[in-house]
Design a protein around this ligand. Structure first.
Ligand code: FE2
Length: 197
């Protein structure tokens, strides 16, 4: 995380309660994480976000107990002002999406940070807390992170659909996409190893 966003003045980020909220999702917490961990659904589920991000260059980087999805932009949305020598210097990065096993997300945008904490309530109910930390509010309007609430609703709609779907006797698990689902595969491998251990 330090390597990618350490150049930002993180100590200046301030918690903004008015932009923070809890969402109740009628689905298992791991299904919520599954959805977060793949960009496959973006063109189909999030039309506006898809316009802000360059889907073709969307990238997932795996760590031992975390992974990172990098959202590049080919349009006029706000991107990070990366310093020379930065790993992604010269590229138009609109968002860094860090996921920390098992249930936390740190989403960095040019305006600040959205922390998501995924809390299981029951087998098919999950509370997701969105905690917003502002750095440069002026960059919020035209950013991949400006649509947070709408994108969250769109994700809830499909995740709740998956929750229904896996209960169907017609449901069969399938193979992972090696190019679009590295993050989901990584998550499920970790879950499997911890359950076995
Ligand atoms: Fe989504």
């Amino acid at each position: 995380m330090e390597e990618r966003v350490g150049f930002l003045p993180l100590h200046e980020f301030r918690f903004e309660p008015s932009l923070s909220k809890d969402y109740l999702v009628n689905a298992h917490w791991a299904l919520y994480c599954d959805n977060y961990l793949e960009g496959f659904h973006i063109p189909f589920v999030h039309p506006e976000l898809n316009q802000a991000l360059d889907y073709g260059t969307y990238e997932t980087v795996l760590g031992d107990y975390f992974n990172l999805q990098v959202g590049y932009s080919d349009t006029s949305v706000e991107t990070f002002d990366l310093p020379a020598g930065h790993l992604d210097y010269g590229q138009q990065v609109a968002a860094y999406y860090f996921w920390i096993f098992p249930n936390m997300m740190f989403n960095f945008y040019p305006w600040g940070l959205s922390v998501n904490v995924v809390k299981p309530l029951t087998i098919d109910k999950t509370k997701v807390s969105f905690l917003t930390y502002l750095y440069d509010e002026s960059k919020m309007g035209n950013s991949a992170g400006a649509l947070l609430d709408k994108v969250e609703r769109e994700d809830e709609f499909v995740v709740e659909g998956v929750q229904k779907g896996i209960r169907s006797r017609f449901y069969q698990s399938g193979r992972f996409s090696p190019t679009r689902e590295q993050g989901v595969h990584h998550f499920q491998r970790l879950i499997t190893s911890f359950l076995a251990g």
